[in-house]
Design a protein around this ligand. Structure first.
Ligand code: UN1
Length: 513
């Protein structure tokens, strides 16, 4: 249970009704319009955030580029110390920030806290990493020569993030980018602008306490037009973007046109394969959390269950029974399982998807619908739905950011299930529920899942920060968070040093003067 209300949470995060959203530090430069942030929980206006004008953006970039000149020279472990302090602040503010995430985005308070925990975890990871930005040494083919590689800071990193993880995805990027010696300019989703200002307030405080330039962390606000300022800006060597495939294609093309790098984290169409050997109880928990958690608005949400025909009815009955237990309502009330969608546009897309599924011949197992009346005044609460469908349906091929689960059937061997699982354009997360070693290893082999994440006896969502996070095909190919994802935030340099008085050429070439 929480001990304070949303107003107190806003106060602890330094937020007011009108917030200065365009900033380095906590200063606002601009005269941009305001974005009003309404809570999907109760439809109430939480606050306003000013948007970034072109002139503001130039000031931000001036601050960021000059901060980079200083920050890149600070030894990496000292940069890690700043990230450590940031992680400490997040520990102190976990409850208010988790509450704001829940209230502004609509995910459950537990998930809001979980999201802040992901931020804390990536800070810890980055602190350790700050002493491990290793390159390799190689053996030169020339006598008296030494060859090695080193990683240098890259520059200003642009971050475009989505509403569904309004704080954690920024932290995955920034925590790594900062220890790598980069500075960051962040455009949060215009649907969750207060989460952006809250995070900016926290890091600005840490930078101030350490007498560091504010431009190390910058915030810009607005819609895609503000994002375009970054994608077209050749002062930004790397743009990391999370969101829809449509958005990713636009970002990738703009960044590629100037030969910049992009790190893309786009849509998923994640499936759980349920084989005859599956533990049904575990399957139900994994599938239901994956499908209705965050109201189906994670890029790792479970959208498809691919079930073997021999156990199809049993799984179907268990899942539909579980759905009947779900409580939909205020996500800040810990008794509820499912909160609202982000806004009424999302509700429209949910309704259209269900209509399309029916029109294509899907049969509805658990009826959807929009809730109204007491407790549902925002108009954003919908019922999680289950549809029996076919993988070839156009709607099944798409990612609908809502709690709609498609049940698909397979017969024969696990290869038939894998063919369906891989038979979509997206390639983010995948899972198999099985106790058969053969099936599990087949699923993980080169002819198995084609996704960036492939799990055995775990659902599709809830990845840990220690692994590289991302996916293949139209998911965009980027990897964030753990493992060696840090490398994209740095530039690699190969160095060969000659410590002799001769100048032998490589490849045995003779060039006598
Ligand atoms: C996202 O939905 O954009 O694996 C990120 C998960 C979370 C992150 C999801 N750790 O579900």
């Amino acid at each position: 249970a929480t001990t304070f209300g949303i107003d107190e949470a806003l106060e602890k995060l330094g937020l007011t009704k009108i917030n200065e959203g365009t900033s380095t530090g906590t200063k606002n430069f601009g005269a941009g319009d305001s974005i009003s942030s309404y809570s999907p929980v109760d439809g109430v206006l939480i606050g306003k955030v000013k948007t970034t004008t072109k002139e503001d953006y130039e000031k931000v970039m001036t601050a960021a580029t000059s901060a980079f000149k200083e920050w890149r020279l600070k030894p990496a472990p000292q940069r890690g110390e700043i990230v450590r302090q940031f992680g400490e602040k997040l520990r102190e503010l976990k409850e208010p920030l988790g509450k704001l995430v829940s209230y502004e985005m609509g995910k459950s308070y537990q998930e809001g806290l979980g999201e802040v925990q992901e931020m804390i975890d990536i800070c810890d990871f980055a602190v350790g990493l700050s002493r491990q930005l290793h390159g390799l040494t190689m053996h030169s083919e020339r006598p008296g020569h030494r060859m090695y590689e080193q990683y240098h800071p890259l520059g200003v990193v642009g971050i475009i993030s989505a509403f569904n993880f309004p704080v954690a995805v920024w932290a995955w990027n920034t925590a790594l980018a900062w220890v790598c010696g980069d500075v960051c300019v962040w455009k949060p989703s215009e649907k969750t602008p207060l989460c952006g200002v809250a995070c900016q307030n926290i890091i600005a405080q840490v930078l101030k306490e350490n007498n560091l330039p504010e431009g190390i962390s910058c915030l810009i606000n607005g819609d895609y037009k503000v994002g375009e300022l970054m994608t077209n800006d050749n002062r930004i060597p790397l743009v990391s973007a999370t969101g829809s495939i449509r958005m990713g294609k636009i970002v990738a093309q703009a960044v590629a046109a100037r030969l910049g790098k992009s790190l893309l984290e786009l849509g998923g169409n994640n499936a759980i394969i349920v084989t005859p050997d599956a533990d049904i109880k575990m399957t139900v928990i994994g599938a239901v959390f994956g499908a209705v958690g965050t109201a189906g608005q994670r890029c790792t949400s479970t959208r498809r269950l691919i079930i073997h025909e021999s156990i199809y009815d049993q799984v179907k009955d268990s899942i539909t029974d579980a759905y009947k237990q779900l409580r939909i309502g205020n996500p800040l009330d810990e008794n509820n399982h499912v909160g609202p969608l982000i806004d009424v546009d999302a509700v429209k897309m949910y309704k259209t998807a269900l209509e399309n599924a029916k029109a294509e011949g899907g049969s509805i197992l658990i009826e959807g619908g929009v809730l109204d009346g007491n407790g549902y005044k925002s108009g954003c609460y919908v019922k999680p739905a289950i549809v029996e469908a076919d993988n070839s349906f156009k709607i099944v091929q798409e990612e609908t950011f809502a709690p709609i689960l498609y049940l698909l059937k397979y017969s024969g061997g696990v290869e038939n299930a894998i063919a369906q699982q891989n038979g979509v354009v997206q390639g983010l997360s995948s899972a198999i529920m099985t106790n058969s070693l053969r099936e599990a290893e087949h699923f993980l082999s080169a002819k198995g899942s084609d996704c960036g994440i492939a799990n055995v006896n775990i659902g599709t969502s809830g990845a840990e920060i220690g692994g590289a996070f991302g996916g293949e095909k139209e998911t965009g190919g980027g990897r964030e968070s753990g493992s060696d994802a840090w490398k994209i935030y740095m530039r690699r340099q190969t160095n060969t040093i000659n410590y002799t008085t001769e100048l032998p050429l490589a490849q045995g070439i003779k060039f006598d003067l």
